[in-house]
Design a protein around this ligand. Structure first.
Ligand code: F6R
Length: 242
């Protein structure tokens, strides 16, 4: 695990975008695993800048998002579909048909999970999986538990997770109670994992995930078992590491 700590958000964003840009320059067909939430926004902004500057093209890339809320229309302002359109896809040259996000409005959610997992299997190994982390150690929406589900599945969101995400909704009660998420097994299949964490409020979970015991009660700690993880932290998020 390669842990890099940055003095400024700009430096962190440039490093994150630089890793993705370098991957696309060497492998234009790269399969990107993408995340939503506050953490990757600055990296997506840098990627858009790199695209506009002609440094990188996404023309032959494909993307697979980690998760999506259940019950929101794609067009809902807080859906992850809309998030990805706003922050990245509408501003770069990626082919819409190669941007994949689970369908949280599917009539048969179990069938949708199987479809997404099969799509991932058939598409080949994800080259780079971008991840944030929840305050409770979740990655994707894999919440702490006695056991973890390997593949894409429906998950019940913890209240803590709903509260943290309420900032993206008009009122807290609008935050869905369920989501579809890639499983930890799915995530760990990626060739490389890029974990990004910002802020003092994540310092404790960063310490647990990176230096604590490997346990399903902190799903991000399973990343310690992956051979190629790069962690980008701001100083606050890394402040408790020894
Ligand atoms: C997002 C995702 C989540 C977030 C995590 C952190 O697709 O799967 O695991 O990465 O909840 O969210 P932020 O970045 O908003 O703190």
């Amino acid at each position: 695990m390669n842990i890099l700590t940055f003095q400024t958000q700009d430096a962190l964003n440039q490093a994150g975008a630089g890793i993705i840009t370098a991957l696309l320059q060497t492998n234009p067909n790269a399969r990107l695993g993408l995340a939503t939430g506050g953490t990757p926004v600055g990296i997506y902004e840098e990627l858009v800048r790199a695209y506009q500057a002609g440094t990188v093209s996404f023309q032959n890339a494909s993307s697979f998002n980690l998760d999506e809320y259940i019950g929101l229309e794609r067009t809902h302002e807080a859906s992850y579909y809309t998030f990805m359109q706003q922050h990245l896809f509408s501003q770069i040259d990626i082919a819409p048909e190669r941007c994949h996000i689970p369908n949280g409005k599917a009539d048969d959610l179990d069938a949708e999970c199987l479809r997404y997992e099969k799509l991932l299997e058939d598409s080949g190994q994800i080259d780079l999986q971008l991840l944030g982390i929840g305050h409770n150690g979740h990655i994707g929406f894999n919440e702490p538990d006695g056991t973890l589900t390997r593949g894409t599945h429906v998950v019940q969101l913890r209240e803590q997770t709903r509260e943290a995400n309420a900032r993206f909704f008009d009122t807290p009660d609008q935050v869905p109670t369920q989501a579809i998420t890639m499983g930890v097994g799915t995530i760990l299949k990626a060739k490389m994992i890029l974990l990004v964490v910002r802020g003092r409020d994540k310092a404790e979970i960063v310490k647990q995930a990176l230096q604590g015991p490997i346990t399903t009660e902190c799903p991000a700690s399973l990343l310690q078992t992956h051979p190629h993880v790069v962690v980008l932290l701001d100083q606050e998020a890394g402040s408790l590491l020894v």
